[in-house]
Design a protein around this ligand. Structure first.
Ligand SMILES: Nc1ncnc2c1ncn2[C@@H]1O[C@H](COP(=O)(O)OP(=O)(O)OP(=O)(O)O)[C@@H](O)[C@H]1O
Length: 270
């Protein structure tokens, strides 16, 4: 298994002395769809900000494709790891969406043709090309989130990290973002998402990391999401499917997505 991310004994203190991460170690397989789960304040955002070197470990280290992030390689790392913030207003600041998405490639000092190619490809990937001349503050939240993702895609990263991309979106907005994440993963990118939504995680993820109070309490395949006791002990709500099927455990088994649930029920009923 090739690894996109390796985190070794990562501890992080905020300047006020608050220890937000405490000896965190885990790996993320390359080309996986990974979810980082944890209750409010568990340390998800703090952790994600380490993945492209925006935060620097107080102790321990973070490796991207086997290379420890350090001051010398930080520019290279930022080309490989794109980070989409939870609030798109933290990311969008130019007077048009086009300029916003062009900002990253311009900083790479690429030629004009290449910048245009990247911006067009990124905006088309999130279905925002037609809105490219709009100012960001004239967009809906779902559109802003898609524009923020385009800004990251224009850097052509191998790893895309998104901090709670579904937060505050309606079901349609969530579906649009999920479709984008799936396309990115199908193209071979490693996609890492923090979320509270375990129903969504059960359907989407293939790798899971659970944090509690700045520590890793579980890491591995999505069968973790069927362990109701573990999830609840760590302040999370088990997925509805898991709650429904666990009453029949032994007889039915616990599905790890809706399709499996249908298959189990079909077998049981017919
Ligand atoms: N700038 C800061 N200064 C001091 N402490 C902070 C700061 N930002 C976050 N923290 C603390 O660090 C811990 C981890 O916070 P973090 O935002 O990483 O958690 P989270 O899992 O992303 O939470 P949420 O789900 O609410 O977004 C919390 O105790 C939080 O209060």
């Amino acid at each position: 298994m090739n690894l996109a991310v390796e985190i070794e004994n990562l501890t992080f203190f905020y300047p006020d002395g608050n220890k937000a991460l405490d000896g965190v170690s885990f790996v993320i397989p390359e080309r996986s769809k990974t979810v980082i789960l944890g209750h409010n304040g568990a340390g998800k955002s703090t952790l994600l900000l380490h993945l492209n070197g925006l935060y620097t470990a107080s102790r321990g280290r973070v490796k991207i494709f086997g290379k420890v992030i350090n001051e010398e390689n930080i520019r290279e790392i930022r080309k490989k790891v794109g980070l989409v913030f939870q609030d798109p207003d933290d990311q969008l600041f130019a007077s048009t969406i086009f300029d916003d998405v062009a900002f990253g490639p311009q900083n790479l000092e690429l030629d004009k043709k290449e910048i245009l190619r990247r911006v067009e490809e990124a905006l088309k990937a999130v279905d925002m090309w037609d809105l490219r001349e709009r100012p960001p503050h004239h967009l809906s939240l779902g559109q802003k989130k898609r524009a923020a993702i385009a800004g990251v895609l224009a850097m052509e990263p191998d790893i895309v990290v998104l901090d709670e991309p579904m937060a505050y979106l309606d079901p349609r907005g969530q579906e649009e973002i999920t479709a984008i994440l799936n396309r990115l993963n199908n193209e071979g990118k490693t996609v890492i998402v923090s979320t509270h939504d375990l129903d969504w995680a059960l359907e989407w993820a293939d790798y899971v990391v659970v944090l509690n109070a700045g520590r890793v309490v579980a890491e591995g395949d999505k069968s973790i999401l069927t362990n109701r006791q573990l999830l609840e002990q760590n302040g999370l709500k088990a997925p509805l499917l898991v709650k429904l099927f666990e009453d029949f455990e032994g007889k039915l088994g616990i599905p790890t997505n809706l399709k499996e649930a249908r298959q189990i029920l079909r077998k049981f009923i017919f």
